[in-house]
Design a protein around this ligand. Structure first.
Ligand SMILES: Cc1ncc(COP(=O)(O)O)c(C=O)c1O
Length: 1017
């Protein structure tokens, strides 16, 4: 409704300007309409005085009127004093003499209105002006000086032709020759002549079929064509736009090319074919027969396979530098079809016909050949007349819009500006096909013509949009955010949630941790061709429920004891899901993550507070400079960021110049046997190299040997400068907890960065008692990494890295000044390795808000009992040896009953190694059996027996089973079930192991893979 009111108001404005221009007889109706639209548009924003001024000159000088409305009328003109003189005198010579007295002709004429009598603007290289003189308007044309002589010669060649044609038709036909020519010093001349009025082209389009005037005119044109062919004089410009029917006389202009067939039969034949194109939209079928049907267009002796150099258009259409005569003829015939008269679909102010050549003429003069070729190629595929007319109407709208744009930019003095609408329409045609254009046109129905006459730019913009991008039901099916589709979206997402919840509760249905399938089977299951055509969501969900879900591992299953990544906090999972729907980009505040940024910063502040770092309330922070922590994708990345921050802080010069500017190799000290591989990865990824890690020993209890660290600090290898020590709160193999206070003390004394990898142990900060007991000294660390997706019941990905001094974070940014500014909150400025990233912190925020620190602490504490219970039960079975004493949540053990241990101890030399391998092999076999069964799932990795509990030496590594019950929802019954299944499966394995060791210790393959926990540093 509003649209219609607006359209009506706009039409009123256009109509009033149109009335203003009605007195203007030197503008074609088309141009008058175009100017009226432009005036209405510009006047809406112009001050009243300008509008009044514009009205006063609109009819006499539309370009100036438009410039007045646009405020670009005061353009200074460069003065020149070129001398002009008359070199040929016509009947207007005296008027021209007066004009010459007025100053430089180029300048005087630049101030005159353009000749806009035809429907299509003149070729941009050709200049034609209307000159008002006391004796009426005259036309001034700019020609190349060089063209004067050939024009005169060609005109004289036409003398016999026109005489003959006049006699045959009874209509006086004349080569118009009444020109006064002025030459200056430049390469062009100005030619003055009478204003001959409307071209025959526009007249043929306007005058009713069957009208006597039309019959006379067509008769004269037929006679002229026949005479040309008869006399062997082919005027290339035999086109209705070069003809004027004035007072019963047919006047001809523009003789740049006249061809003699006996000299150049092929060019002559080609011109004759072009004539058909020129007249394609102006004649009825009968008239066409009368003009072109009388004689052959071909001259004898042009073989079909004659090879000719291709013109630019042909070159692009054919993608070839040559063209055969036959192909050229075919192309011209197709142009004649496209440029013919097409019946419009409804009544329109423009009449029932769309004039194809009007478009062809415009394309030829204004559109680059590649675009013209694309239009030609696209439209040539359309056979039905109605479809072709619809597609052509789209190009008509594009042409109108381009002409308007051209008029506007000319008046604004911004120069000619190409043909973007037509180009865009051509692109659409190429990309989506003519049917899409035609459909877009048909959608607009009869309103099309109103808009064409009032707002062609808006009209074509809508069409282009709807063809290329507009939502249609098919394309947008499944896109969130479609108006009115909330319920559909909700249902689809509910199905996903329901599938996921069924998965997380699979044990209620007696289902295992996972339905095991080997890698070959899984590959076969998911190997599929690229899905070019999609499937509906219901099918997709069904398929997923059958394949992906059962073969996924459920880490919160009561039988899952491998990792602590249970992801079963409802609030955290809900936050994760909601975060996906909110889809905020935490790279920046404005336009990306306005509220989410502060939720994340608040979460970081809470974690800092729990870690014991000094923290300001969010409400008192001034910007990222106060944040002192980051969310990352995991402990791996958090450890990278910490190593990078430490490097920047300890070697500030490397921030700009890189490592090569340092005169030493920065090195990192950590306990090799328990280090997570992320640290050596980081050393490599940061350019320090794996060799930058100085490994020191771990103590038998799988914690960092603090004395060994100090020794390495005092006496590092040559050329290395230790700048960072990594302590671990919960190492990846046994979750042993380092003596952080002692390490902090050593680091402080030696002035190096102390990083605590608390990816596992971080959960202990939520419980006062556990923090005091296990993490004493953590607040003295320079950086801490901790992973909610490990021990804090949150789904991947979720990790944080915290810095004691928030400046450690700001120095990560190249934008030193900006990040220190108040109110700069863009986290992307200080986040290394990541650009755009999602709102993953919402999970932790929701979890903390929902459970509260106390409850989280209770859950963490209650979990301590789980692994201890398991350890005792496993020990009591007498079948296993634990390699570690649990102080957190992971127990590493091997299958090794006392009898087996005794046998191992008896072995010497190589035999002992083989015995150890047998222990590994039987342990691994047992573990694999359980894993594939799916009832209970333990982890597996390699571990050196630092305490020599098995008796094959402290450097011997084993494949171990690991129990890591991190899920606080596990019950005693769950653990009992797991132990029972473990023991039942272990008994026969233990017997076989004993038998094996007793009989003969032979070499046997060991499953050396293990999981990430065992990936060595
Ligand atoms: C001690 C330690 N640090 C870092 C990591 C890496 O964490 P993520 O796998 O989340 O990147 C782990 C993973 O187990 C780990 O145990």
């Amino acid at each position: 409704m509003t649209d219609q009111i607006e359209l009506a108001a706009a039409n009123d404005g256009v109509a009033s300007w149109r009335a203003e221009l009605s007195t203007c007889n030197h503008l074609s109706p088309r141009f008058a309409q175009r100017y009226a639209i432009l005036f209405a548009e510009a006047a809406a924003h112009a001050v009243p005085e300008r509008v009044a001024q514009a009205r006063s000159v609109a009819a006499s000088h539309p370009r100036r009127a438009l410039a007045l409305l646009l405020g670009t009328d005061a353009m200074p003109s460069a003065r020149s004093n070129r001398r002009w003189k008359i070199v040929r005198r016509g009947s207007d010579a005296e008027l021209v003499e007066d004009l010459l007295a007025a100053g430089d002709l180029d300048e005087v004429l630049a101030g005159q209105p353009d000749l806009e009598q035809t429907w299509v603007p003149l070729h941009p290289d050709r200049h034609a002006k209307l000159v008002a003189t006391p004796a009426g308007t005259r036309v001034a044309l700019r020609w190349q000086a060089m063209s004067l002589t050939p024009r005169a010669e060609h005109q004289s060649l036409m003398a016999d032709v026109v005489r003959d044609a006049s006699e045959r038709s009874g209509v006086p036909i004349e080569v118009w020759d009444d020109y006064t020519v002025c030459a200056g010093e430049g390469p062009h001349v100005w030619t003055f002549t009478a204003n001959l009025g409307t071209t025959v082209e526009d007249r043929l389009r306007a005058v009713a079929h069957g009208a006597p005037e039309r019959q006379t005119l067509v008769g004269a044109i037929s006679a002229l064509r026949a005479a040309m062919v008869g006399h062997g004089v082919v005027w290339q410009g035999f086109a209705p736009r070069n003809m004027f029917y004035v007072n019963g006389r047919l006047l001809l202009i523009d003789f740049e090319e006249v061809v003699r067939p006996e000299r150049n039969p092929q060019r002559a034949a080609e011109c004759l074919l072009w004539h058909r194109v020129f007249f394609a939209d102006g004649l009825t079928e009968r008239e066409r027969l009368s003009v072109f049907g009388g004689e052959a267009d071909r001259f004898d002796g042009i073989p079909d396979d004659l090879v000719l150099p291709a013109d630019p258009f042909e070159r692009t259409v054919l993608d070839s530098t040559t063209v055969t005569w036959m192909t050229r003829v075919a192309l011209l015939a197709e142009s004649t079809r496209l440029e013919g008269a097409h019946s419009r679909s409804g009544p329109t102010a423009r009449g029932p016909v769309l004039f194809g050549h009007e478009l062809g003429h415009f394309w030829g003069d204004f559109v680059p050949p590649q675009i013209e070729a694309a239009i030609f190629r696209g439209l040539s595929t359309v056979q039905s007349a109605a479809d072709l007319a619809a597609a052509m109407e789209v190009f008509e709208a594009a042409m109108e819009a381009d002409i308007m744009r051209w008029l506007r930019s000319r008046a604004a003095g911004t120069g000619e500006s190409g043909t973007p609408y037509t180009e865009a329409a051509a692109d659409c045609l190429t990309d989506h096909g003519a049917a899409a254009l035609q459909a877009a046109r048909d959608c607009s129905g009869a309103a099309w013509y109103d808009r064409l006459d009032s707002d062609p730019c808006g009209l074509i913009s809508n069409v282009l949009f709807s063809v290329a991008a507009a939502p249609d039901a098919d394309r947008t099916d499944g896109l969130i955010g479609q108006p009115g589709q909330a319920e559909r979206t909700r249902l689809a997402l509910q199905r996903a949630v329901s599938l996921g919840v069924d998965f997380t509760h699979r044990h209620d249905r007696g289902e295992p941790v996972l339905r095991y399938a080997g890698n070959d089977e899984l590959r076969a299951m998911f190997s599929a061709a690229l899905p070019h055509d999609g499937s509906d969501l219901a099918t997709l969900f069904d398929e997923t429920a059958r394949t992906l879900v059962p073969h996924s591992i459920l880490q919160s299953h009561p039988g899952y004891l491998a990792f602590p990544d249970s992801a079963n906090s409802v609030a955290a999972v809900a936050g994760g899901l909601l975060g996906k729907l909110l889809n905020q980009n935490l790279i920046a505040v404005d336009r990306s993550a306005p509220a989410a940024t502060f939720v994340e910063i608040q979460t970081i502040a809470w974690l800092r507070e729990l870690a014991g770092y000094a923290t300001r309330p969010l409400s008192e922070m001034a910007g990222v400079k106060d944040v002192g922590g980051l969310w990352t994708t995991g402990g791996h990345l958090s450890n990278h960021v910490a190593m990078l921050a430490a490097l920047g802080a300890m070697f500030p010069e490397a921030r700009r110049g890189g490592l090569r500017t340092l005169d030493t190799s920065p090195a990192v000290i950590m306990a090799g046997p328990i280090a997570h591989y992320s640290h050596s990865d980081a050393a490599f990824h940061l350019g320090l190299g794996w060799g930058a890690i100085i490994p020191v020993d771990a103590r038998p209890g799988y914690t960092t040997d603090v004395d060994a660290v100090e020794k390495a600090l005092i006496n590092p290898p040559d050329g290395r400068t230790p700048y960072m020590v990594v302590g671990v709160a919960g190492n990846c193999r046994t979750t042993g907890l380092d003596d952080l206070a002692a390490l902090a003390d050593v680091c402080r004394r030696h002035g190096v960065w102390f990083h605590v990898d608390a990816c596992h142990g971080g959960s202990l900060i939520f419980n006062e008692r556990l923090r005091t007991r296990h993490l004493a000294g953590i607040a003295e660390a320079d950086s801490i990494s901790l992973d909610p997706h490990k021990g804090l019941f949150s789904a991947y990905p979720s990790s944080y890295v915290l810095f004691r001094d928030p400046r450690a974070l700001t120095q990560l940014s190249r934008h030193d000044a900006l990040v220190m500014q108040d109110d700069c909150w863009d986290l992307g400025l200080v986040t290394p390795f990541l650009g755009s990233r999602g709102f993953e912190s919402l999970a932790t925020w929701m979890m903390l808000r929902h459970l509260g620190v106390r409850r989280v602490g209770e859950l963490v504490e209650s979990r301590q009992a789980l692994v201890r219970y398991l350890a005792r039960r496993i020990d009591a079975s007498g079948l296993f040896i634990a390699l570690n004493d649990v102080d957190f949540y992971r127990l590493a053990f091997v299958l090794c009953p006392p009898e087996a241990r005794a046998l191992v101890a008896q072995c010497r030399g190589e035999a002992r190694g083989r015995a150890a391998k047998a222990v590994s092999a039987f342990t691994s076999e047992l573990n694999t059996l359980l894993y594939r069964e799916g009832e209970v799932c333990f982890d597996e990795h390699t571990l050196a027996d630092l305490g020599d509990r098995i008796g094959a030496g402290t450097t011997t590594s084993y494949s171990v089973m690991a129990a890591c019950p991190g899920n606080p929802a596990l019950t005693l019954a769950d653990l009992d079930r797991a132990v029972e299944r473990l023991v039942a499966a272990a008994r026969p394995a233990a017997a076989r192991l004993i038998a094996f060791l007793a009989e003969e210790i032979t070499t046997m393959p060991v499953n050396g893979h293990g999981g990430p926990a065992g990936w060595s540093d």
